[in-house]
Design a protein around this ligand. Structure first.
Ligand code: FES
Length: 111
């Protein structure tokens, strides 16, 4: 986590699904905030790199988020696709929690 990244407050931790993803609009860019079964939080582009589909409406398995339309799978830690048809990665954003509030960095980690 770098100190020179701007963070925006998104929501309370307890507003997120216990396990899964929720979409959040950050300065006009929609990201999927993901909480794993282990309680780890990640933020990735909400839009599948294959077509204009919301990834937060897909299934989370471990740290893999699956697009519901054609089944592309993305590692939420790296943004890399691990299953076709998507071949391009999605952006991954830094996440931090302070006093129960979730903050997402506005600069992708893997840009
Ligand atoms: S739109 Fe996501 S895999 Fe096709």
């Amino acid at each position: 986590m770098t100190d020179d990244v701007d963070f925006v407050r998104v929501c309370r931790v307890d507003e997120l699904p216990a396990v899964g993803a929720a979409a959040a609009d950050i300065f006009g860019h929609v990201v999927a905030i993901v909480r794993t079964r282990e309680g780890d939080l990640y933020a990735v582009d909400d839009t599948c790199s294959h077509a204009n589909v919301s990834l937060s409406e897909g299934e989370l398995e471990g740290t893999t988020l699956e697009c519901w339309l054609h089944g592309s799978r993305f590692d939420v830690r790296t943004g890399e696709p691990s299953g076709p048809p998507a071949t391009a990665p999605i952006d991954v954003y830094p996440v931090k929690v302070e006093d129960g509030d979730v903050y997402v960095g506005t600069t992708p980690l893997n840009a």
